[in-house]
Design a protein around this ligand. Structure first.
Ligand SMILES: [Cu+2]
Length: 152
């Protein structure tokens, strides 16, 4: 009986902080085409990291990039919105969380193209191409928000 109580306590301790964190994460709205598999995998990555995600299947994401102010050369396969920020492509959940804490004056984050090994673009093993998470603003300015190194 004692052991059982202990286990319950341990379980609660392990689960509660996650639940609390999940409750605090805002909702991300994602626009993607219906057949995009890596988009789906990116959505799963966001959900695994505690974000609530609303997915809209659309014929093309191009109008949404335009609507949310994502420059076309920073484009990728899906466009998301979290609060007032645009999220383009396979942006890691950790950078989205950081964005929401730091709240820079910017339009959003992008991982241009579809780099292998970015969240939702995983291949066999841990191979990753180098990629940048780009912070972009309405005035056209950009900076590297986070650099991810290549990995074999
Ligand atoms: Cu993709």
């Amino acid at each position: 009986m004692k052991r059982r109580i202990f286990l319950h306590g341990a379980l609660a301790a392990a689960v509660l902080p996650l639940a609390a964190r999940a409750a605090k994460q805002p909702t991300i709205t994602v626009y993607k085409t219906p057949t995009c598999g890596c988009c789906r995998d990116w959505v799963a990555h966001l959900e695994q990291n505690g974000f609530k995600v609303i997915v809209h299947d659309v014929p093309s994401t191009t109008p949404y990039r335009a609507k949310f102010g994502v420059p076309s050369d920073l484009g990728s396969c899906h466009t998301g919105v979290v609060e007032a920020y645009a999220l383009e492509g396979h942006v890691p959940a950790s950078e989205i969380s950081r964005l929401l804490v730091e709240r820079p004056k910017a339009r959003g984050l992008s991982v241009p193209g579809m780099p292998v090994g970015s969240p939702g673009m995983e291949v066999e093993g841990s191979r990753r191409d180098a990629f940048d998470v780009v912070l972009f603003a309405d005035d056209g300015s950009r900076k590297v928000y986070q650099r991810y190194a290549a990995r074999n």
